[in-house]
Design a protein around this ligand. Structure first.
Ligand code: ATP
Ligand code: MG
Length: 552
């Protein structure tokens, strides 16, 4: 496979005159961004005294400075460690220290947040220096009117080895302390190529980007893919439902035609729709007509997409959301098809992306000493290893050029998450049924064992979200002397819903929709279900906070 340099930079050379990015300040061509990235790369090399393979942690707002920081790391042969303004101080400190960053980069607007971690009069001798990405560099990139790149640029764009480290991405920390995932240029190239093929991303695309830039979704799917394809990115400083609607409904030529977001963002867009653009019959027609003709692809991921939300979105826009499954360690793995849209089935995450292999396994137990392989699949299809008709629910394993080389600085975690023959254990429970895969949730927190049954928290959540009064919910398992675990629902009620909901009412409503053992035995109404910027619920801390006795 082509190395990342080739995937992004050779194409950057090829598409030099194209617009790569529009942010809240300006528009930038590939050539302009590239030339200014090279200037920044020279400063990086100078700060690191010519060393390569160093970790460079950078904190940028969602604008062109981020792209230049990332490219400068790669041009100078370093490992990029992207940080987010959404991270609290303690996380920034942990990421900088854990990655052993030899250099920090920030812009004038973010520098004060990294300054306490950088070398100064009171700091440790080993503290990294802080390199400022001036606003003048961004302005220079925007003003650069030369559409060509010269031979030197071509030479600089082809030097990389696919095995070299490209980036450390920290996992979301949903189940434990975030782990740094070391991805090589080859890993990134494979991940890019799979998505370009499966979603046919090309130079005509304009991707609306409103995602955090420290996470796979915002970095790989919505940024590196369009950049590798010679496409264009419209980058918002942060997610705003009204701004996203404005961009999606803009009828100026060349505006956004692709949108990728997390499920909670789609939920906010639905609320905003009812309050504004979709509050009149003409408005509703306008939204449907415009999104249908203008938007080519709308995708969802990072957390489960509830079936009722999928249906609401289809009613509003006529688009069936393309849900896919991925993680920091392996990039995107499973995806619903681009075409036909009718085969994007709610509740399913589709089938393996090109180059990736997946397996569902039942782990070894006391009575069954060998791991049992239930099925194995790739982009061409899935073969059952058990009798047809037998349920194929198991732990999802992944193999392929997309899979990371391991965790940074955590040999024990690396040893634990890979099998002896190199399969990565996702930690998610998955089902292969009716020709596609379904994510049932994290094996450690979302598979609730109650009275001899295994209940998928994700499936109970998707059901409860169909209740007209419930606007958000998280289902958890609580320790229970009788049942082993019992199902508890934490719900947020819709505005205007009466707050007198009782557990009995909810169970009555659920009885027609869920098997009896899946019905919640505990109900807690909260003003807000706590979610991180990727829309994920940390269920361990939710239980600790709401049910403090559960640990005892
Ligand atoms: P940590 O590994 O630190 O606990 P994390 O697993 O949440 O955090 P990420 O790598 O950002 O960190 O997220 C990957 C996880 O997100 C997957 O293992 C899966 O549980 C969840 N996920 C991603 N996409 C989907 C999806 N479409 N449906 C359900 N779950 C999803
Ligand atoms: Mg994880």
């Amino acid at each position: 496979s082509v190395a990342m340099r080739t995937a992004v930079f050779r194409r950057a050379v090829g598409f030099a005159a194209n617009t790569a990015l529009r942010d809240r300040h300006a528009e930038y061509t590939y050539a302009g961004l590239w030339r200014c990235s090279r200037l920044l790369a020279d400063k990086v090399s100078e700060s690191l005294e010519g060393r390569r393979g160093q970790r460079v942690a950078f904190l940028c707002p969602n604008d062109a400075s981020y792209v230049m920081a990332l490219w400068a790391c790669w041009i100078s042969g370093q490992i990029a460690v992207p940080l987010s303004p959404l991270h609290p101080e303690s996380s920034l400190k942990y990421f900088v220290e854990d990655s052993g960053a030899g250099l920090l980069m920030a812009t004038p607007s973010t520098a004060t947040r990294l300054a306490p971690l950088a070398a100064g009069p009171d700091s440790a001798a080993s503290a990294p220096t802080l390199l400022l990405i001036g606003d003048d560099l961004r302005a220079a990139a925007a003003a650069d009117a030369d559409p060509r790149l010269d031979g030197e640029d071509r030479a600089a764009s082809g030097k990389d080895d696919g095995a070299d480290g490209a980036m450390i991405i920290y996992t979301s920390g949903t189940t434990s302390l975030p782990k740094g995932v070391l991805l090589s240029h080859g890993n990134l190239a494979a991940q890019v190529q799979a998505l370009l093929d499966a979603w046919r991303i090309g130079p005509e695309d304009n991707v609306l980007h409103a995602l955090p830039l420290h996470h796979m979704h915002g970095i790989m799917n919505a940024l590196l893919c369009p950049l590798a394809a010679g496409g264009r990115i419209t980058m918002l400083p942060k997610f705003s439902a009204s701004q996203v609607w404005t961009e999606m409904l803009s009828e100026q030529p060349g505006r956004v035609n692709v949108f990728m977001a997390v499920p909670t963002s789609y939920a906010k867009l639905v609320d905003e729709y009812h309050a504004t653009v979709g509050s009149t019959p003409e408005g509703r027609d306008h939204v449907k007509d415009t999104t249908r003709t203008k938007m080519r692809l709308m995708a969802s991921g990072s957390a489960p997409l509830p079936v009722p939300l999928f249906e609401r979105w289809e009613r509003i826009t006529g688009h069936r959301l393309l849900e896919r499954f991925g993680m920091s360690e392996v990039g995107m793995v499973l995806s619903n098809p681009l075409e036909p849209q009718s085969e994007r089935r709610p509740g399913f995450v589709g089938n393996p992306l090109p180059q990736t292999r997946v397996r569902l396994v039942r782990p070894a137990t006391d009575t069954q000493p060998r791991e049992e392989i239930l099925c194995e699949g790739d982009a061409h299809g899935t073969t059952l290893r058990v009798k047809d008709g037998k349920p194929t629910v198991g732990n999802l394993l992944v193999k392929g050029p997309n899979v990371c080389t391991g965790y940074w600085n955590k040999p024990d975690a690396t040893a634990k998450e890979f099998t002896a023959n190199g399969w990565f254990k996702t930690g998610d429970t998955c089902e292969f049924v009716d020709g596609a895969y379904k994510i049932l949730g994290r094996t450690s927190v979302d598979i609730i064992k109650t009275g001899g049954y295994k209940v998928s928290a994700v499936q109970v959540e998707t059901c409860l979200l169909g209740h007209p009064d419930i606007s958000d919910c998280a289902v958890v398992g609580l320790p229970d002397d009788t049942w082993g675990q019992s199902v508890a629902a934490v719900v947020r009620l819709r505005e205007g819903a009466s707050d007198t909901h009782s557990l009995d009412q909810l169970r009555d409503w659920g009885r027609e929709r869920l098997p009896p053992y899946s019905l919640p035995r505990t109900l807690r109404v909260v003003p807000q279900v706590p979610r991180n910027p990727m829309g994920k619920v940390n269920k361990k801390s939710l239980v600790a906070e709401l049910f403090p006795d559960a640990d005892k």
